[in-house]
Design a binder for this molecule. Structure first.
Ligand code: NAD
Ligand code: UFG
Length: 339
């Protein structure tokens, strides 16, 4: 009997890559997504890559009646919860939407899960919960803080999940703290497709390479780092996706709450990333060093050893593979999923 998993936000960037891995591992996959930041085409591509079918509901997680219907129509055993909003700048100008989607949406989901006696959940948390870390690499026990409403929404949901696990036996919850997911499926069929001007580094570089943007603005050249630019832990999205299957396996045999970093353990600077992308695409990437972006930290990378110990998972892909796969996706789909 195959295991039935509900993936909220499964049409999105990380969700679509995770659905591929779930189908390949013979899970039955049900996706709920309101398509506010994604395309239905992504799931068609996912089915093509994995050679399996996804049961898709165009539904908002805040709509508990629709969500209840999804749970009632499918004998869901566990949930991977990606649905939410993720643009830090937008969260500052529109905090209500962030608390409504990320916090209230998650509470609705948890209520329906409990009502339907489903108590296994993998939640997308973020390295943003570490705020400006006092040192690197960052371990799970480091103090948490938030500098913007997006980050605070992740902190609040982390706390809600901890309270829930303390309140009642039977919950099996993984809080996975992602570092910086990049890259795309090696087929070049699915990848990150930001709407409007990309906020994140790699999609921006890829759009410069394809000619959609003139140059990259490098936010700050005076950080106390190897070359003055920001340093992050970039992780291939397929490695990240596999981390979710490892978490589901873990929760299959362990009750309670798990909190784990998903990163590579290596820091890469903005300029090192530019150089790696140039190698991958064979073009030079124009850039200008400009002022720091408010709220950015100088450096942040993971200590990934806890995930290795408890989940038997570790990132495999190199920086060059991340860039090669991102470039394949970008060059095969210059306008993303808009055909
Ligand atoms: P994404 O925007 O590509 O995917 C999120 C998906 O959720 C989208 O398909 C969107 O349409 C859907 N969605 C949003 N609100 C919804 C709602 N109310 N009801 C139903 N569907 C809804 O983002 P992603 O990069 O795949 O991120 C997935 C999760 O991982 C998010 O929770 C994000 O905060 C978290 N995360 C992302 C990163 C990153 O850098 N990409 C880093 C750390 C954590
Ligand atoms: N950067 C540039 N130019 C750009 C975009 C980014 O120089 O056009 C720099 C940033 O200043 C930073 C690095 O590239 O030094 C990475 O920036 P990203 O925006 O790609 O990633 P962040 O680490 O700032 O943020 C990401 C997610 C957040 C999440 C955080 C921690 O976007 O949602 O990782 O997980 F909270």
């Amino acid at each position: 009997m195959s295991h039935k998993v509900l993936v909220t936000g499964g049409a999105g960037y990380i969700g679509s890559h995770t659905v591929v891995e779930l189908l390949k591992a013979n899970f039955e996959v049900i996706v709920v997504d309101n398509l506010c930041n994604s395309s239905r085409v992504a799931l068609t591509r996912v089915e093509g890559i994995a050679g399996g079918l996804v049961r898709f509901y165009e539904c908002d997680i805040r709509n508990s009646n629709q969500l209840l219907k999804v749970f009632r129509e499918n004998k869901i055993e566990s949930v991977i919860h990606f649905a939410g909003l993720k643009a830090v700048g937008e969260s500052v100008t529109d905090p209500i939407s962030y608390y409504e989607n990320n916090v209230a949406g998650t509470v609705q989901l948890l209520k329906v899960m409990r009502q339907c006696d489903v108590r296994t959940l993998v939640f997308s948390s973020s390295a943003t919960v570490y705020g400006d870390p006092a040192s690197v690499p960052v371990c799970e026990g480091f103090p948490r803080s938030a500098t913007n409403p997006y980050g605070r929404s992740k902190l609040i949901v982390e706390d809600i999940l901890e309270d829930l696990c303390n309140s009642e036996a039977g919950w099996r919850v993984a809080r996975l703290r992602y570092f910086n997911p990049v890259g795309a499926h090696a087929s070049g069929e699915i990848g990150e497709d930001p709407r409007g001007i990309p906020n994140n580094l790699l999609p921006y570089i890829a759009q410069v390479a394809i000619g959609r943007r003139e140059y990259l603005s490098v936010f700050g050249g005076d950080y106390p780092t190897i070359d003055g630019t920001g340093v992050r832990d970039f992780i291939h999205v397929v490695d990240l996706a596999k981390g979710h299957l490892a978490a589901l396996n873990y929760l299959g045999v362990n009750e309670g709450l798990l909190t784990a970093n998903l990163g590579t353990g290596s820091g890469v600077s903005v300029l090192q990333m530019v150089a790696a992308f140039e190698r991958a695409c064979g073009k030079s990437i124009s850039y200008k060093v400009v002022d720091r972006r408010p709220g950015d930290v100088a450096q942040c990378w993971a200590d990934p050893s806890y995930a290795k110990t408890v989940l038997a998972w570790e990132a495999q892909c190199s920086l060059d593979e991340m860039c090669a796969d991102a470039w394949r996706w970008q060059s095969k789909n210059p306008n993303g999923f808009v055909i």
